[in-house]
Write a protein that binds this ligand. Structure first.
Ligand code: GLN
Ligand code: ZN
Length: 759
């Protein structure tokens, strides 16, 4: 009999209950005890949802982050919180977010660094290590949750992060060799496994997603020695890998001395049969056959077609699961009451994915006829999606087919364009601009919400937004900025705003996914061929331009960012979807130009995060991503100045691709790093113009004009002054006007100083 299990369930709750509880606690509105009670209720609810599984994950729940939880379990919190008053929970939140409850005599410390969890949009708290790090076991969270689960009568399988991946995800603050810490870490893991065995756990899921990345020989050896050292434990270990195929780590993963291996059989489908061949006959193979990274219904018959022969070989050794933890998908489709029946029938959130898993399990164990009804309903939905005219638009497919290299080319090279643009725009040396958004005041958000609920008329809404645009324009004129923006008052979110106006998108009401801590995002769902029924930004931009003689920058989100921040279709290559988006944005760029807009910015904030996990696959991604950007941007005359913006500047490894985008100007985030991140420009001669951010918009602090001058002077050591712009790190929408005005004042007087210096 094949057994069914799950790797992890979303913890935020179907209606984001955890978020609201956390934020209430941080504001001091509820007690720690109340927060813990709500967390316990959520866990119980999740277990009840999963109770038909043979094994249910325990320990996947987290108040903030599962990696931080593991750091607590291993006694590896940074020493800066140790001497502060308050209990364990306070220290936990201090590492997570710099403070616990927002009380007045707050013991603030700097929060742990946050970074992306593999290629997902989830952010974890990076464990901090040093050569002198030592570990000690703190198993209470796992043991008490195991008790809770057993009390509910579910068959619990504790989930922990494995020692090698834990080190892999950590940062050695002193640059020491992280692997040297294994000898101190492994005894704690052995002790933990013993405790879990004593508490009655038969299986422990030990997550080692680092196995799907490119590993150096040292790291491969670390896997060998680690699992040999854990071999004698009394629990059975299920070594879980996910987010991709194992490739050159396949034999290693198969040979480690554990009782079972889980692989991502969605992204690693082609490898399944090799793993079946390589895996020793005493081991269980768990196949992640249901996609844990998207929101589409699984084609169950097609899955069974490849699964049944594998099941015949494996027999009782086969387990079935989602490909990875369901953390990365929303909780329950049943909360959606605004989606039409077609769309509803195409989708599956976490709860529905477990139902699919259970059908697969029955089909494997009892034959397809035992789930005839379920499979038929599934097939109808799959066919309806495959054939729907709402999804397939022949005109769009034909347009993508007819794309040729010319579409991605500007008329002249940068050398020609720059002179035409200077004449056209008449800008000073060190021109000043901002990244697009101005503060989204409570008032703006209130009006937008009311408009959505139809409590405010379209006319009243437009009037309000126009007033905000006018305010932003007047402020910028008073400040003396050179290239103005309209301020993006009318935009809720830089991707959703465009998704709402494009055909091929749909929106859920409760499709929330945790991004970090209490922060959730609701990615729009790109379900069909993309087309642009009408211009999306031209009216607002024209209005803004009508208020001023200074150039008004048109503001768009680029195709790669729209793609990377949406749930996208799984029935065609991402590159194809991206090209469709590129053609739609290209039309918008051309419409803006035709309306007299001389400067157009196309944000690609999420370009970098789309990079595949393995470096060997980067170039392929960059090829189509950069081509998509170029198609969207380059259909304009030489006089029109194209800007792009990215919220980071870790460009060292992709700088050539960035240069190939051929934007006239790129603005990037640099102020926090003291311009160090511009070092790459010492070796690589970036050909076009750059605006390295001088105002850290993530902080309420106001940069002085001296600071801004110093930062720009550093930049000028690497990039010729005539190609530098002066601007903030990113958009200003999360800031207050009271901070923005003085900060921009200083930034602009810094530009004046720089111009005087240059004379
Ligand atoms: N234009 C956007 C803004 O200013 C850019 C935001 C971003 O890069 N994340 O808000
Ligand atoms: Zn940004």
């Amino acid at each position: 009999m094949a057994l069914i299990h799950n790797l992890g369930f979303p913890r935020i709750g179907a209606k984001r209950e955890l978020k609201f509880a956390l934020e209430d606690f941080w504001k001091g509105n509820i007690s720690a005890a109340a927060l813990l009670t709500r967390a316990k209720e959520l866990r119980e609810q999740n277990w009840i949802t999963q109770q038909s599984l043979d094994l249910v994950p325990v320990g996947d729940f987290s108040l903030y982050d599962q990696v931080l939880d593991m750091s607590v379990t291993l006694g590896n919190l940074p020493s800066r919180v140790a001497q502060l008053k308050g209990g364990e929970l306070d220290n936990y939140f201090r590492v997570a977010r710099g403070r616990s409850v927002n009380d007045s005599d707050c013991d603030c410390v700097h929060a742990g660094e946050m970074t992306k969890w593999f290629d997902t949009n989830y952010h974890y708290i990076v464990p901090e290590l040093g050569a002198d790090s030592r570990f000690s076991l703190n198993p209470e969270r796992l043991l008490s949750q195991l008790e809770e689960a057993k009390a509910l009568g579910v068959n619990a399988k504790p989930v922990i992060i494995g020692p090698v991946s834990y080190l892999w995800l950590s940062k050695a603050k002193d640059q020491s060799d992280k692997l040297a810490l294994l000898e101190h870490l492994l005894p704690v893991y052995r002790e933990l496994l013993a405790k879990l065995a004593d508490a009655g756990a038969e299986w422990v899921q030990i997550d080692e997603p680092a196995l799907v990345t490119e590993l150096s020989p040292d790291w491969k050896n670390a896997f060998e020695s680690t699992y040999h050292s854990l071999k004698a434990s009394k629990v059975k270990l299920l070594l879980a890998t996910y987010f991709g195929p194992l490739q050159d780590n396949l034999q290693l993963a198969c040979s480690l001395p554990v009782a079972g291996l889980h692989i991502d059989a969605v992204r690693g489908r082609k490898e399944v049969i090799n793993v079946v061949d390589w895996l020793p006959a005493h081991k269980v193979l768990s196949l992640g056959a249901i996609d844990g990274r998207n929101i589409w219904k699984t084609d169950l018959n097609a899955t069974l077609d490849w699964l049944e022969p594998v099941a015949d070989i494996l027999g009782d050794r086969l387990w079935l699961a989602p490909s990875c933890s369901l953390l990365h998908v929303p909780v329950d489709l049943n909360s959606e009451d605004k989606l039409d029946t077609d769309c509803l029938s195409w989708l599956a959130f976490a709860t529905q994915k477990l139902e699919e898993l259970s059908v697969l399990g029955k089909a494997i164990n009892l034959g397809r006829s035992a789930v005839f009804e379920e499979l038929s309903v599934n097939q109808i939905a799959i066919n309806s999606r495959a054939n729907s005219t709402r999804i397939h638009n022949p005109a769009v497919k034909a347009a993508v087919k007819s794309i040729n290299a010319e579409l991605g080319k500007r008329q002249g090279g940068y050398g020609e364009r720059v002179n035409k643009q200077r004449a056209h725009l008449n800008l000073p040396l060190f021109p000043t601009t901002t990244i697009g958004s101005f503060p989204q005041t409570a008032d703006i958000r209130k009006t937008r919400r009311a408009y959505k609920k139809q409590e405010v008329s379209a006319a009243a809404y437009t009037a309000k937004m126009k007033a905000e645009i006018e305010r932003a324009v007047r402020e910028q004129e008073k400040l003396g900025l050179d290239v103005l923006v309209h301020g993006e008052a009318e935009r809720n979110d830089m991707v959703e705003y465009f998704g709402e106006q494009l055909d091929g998108y749909l929106f859920s009401q409760y499709g929330w996914v945790q991004s970090y801590g209490s922060r959730c995002v609701k990615p729009p769902i790109l379900f069909g061929d993309i087309s642009r029924p009408k211009a999306m930004t031209v009216e607002w931009t024209k209005y803004a331009q009508s208020l001023t003689d200074k150039p008004m920058k048109g503001m768009l989100t680029g195709p790669v960012t729209i793609l990377n921040w949406s749930f996208v279709r799984d029935d065609q290559a991402r590159s194809e979807t991206c090209l469709q988006l590129a053609l739609a944005i290209r039309q918008e760029v051309q419409d803006l130009e035709a309306a007299g807009v001389k400067v157009i910015q196309i944000d690609e904030a999420a370009l970098r995060e789309g990079l595949p996990l393995r470096k060997s696959e980067w170039q392929h991604y960059l090829n189509w991503a950069i081509e998509s950007f170029r198609i969207s941007a380059n259909g304009v005359s030489d006089e029109t100045q194209i800007h792009t913006h990215m919220c980071y500047s870790e460009f060292n490894d992709i700088i050539e691709a960035i240069a190939q985008m051929d934007a006239d100007v790129i603005t990037i985030e640099t102020s926090r790093s003291d311009m160090e991140l511009l070092d790459v420009f010492e070796e690589f001669h970036y050909p076009n113009e750059i605006g390295p951010g001088v105002y850290d918009i993530h902080s309420p602090n106001i940069p002085s004009q001296e600071q801004a001058v110093a930062l720009m002077n550093k930049a000028a050591q690497r990039i010729p002054a005539e190609r530098l712009w002066v601007n903030p790190d990113c958009g200003l929408k999360t800031r207050q006007w009271e901070e923005v005005i003085p900060a921009l004042k200083n930034m602009i007087s810094a530009a004046h100083t720089l111009r005087a210096q240059a004379k």
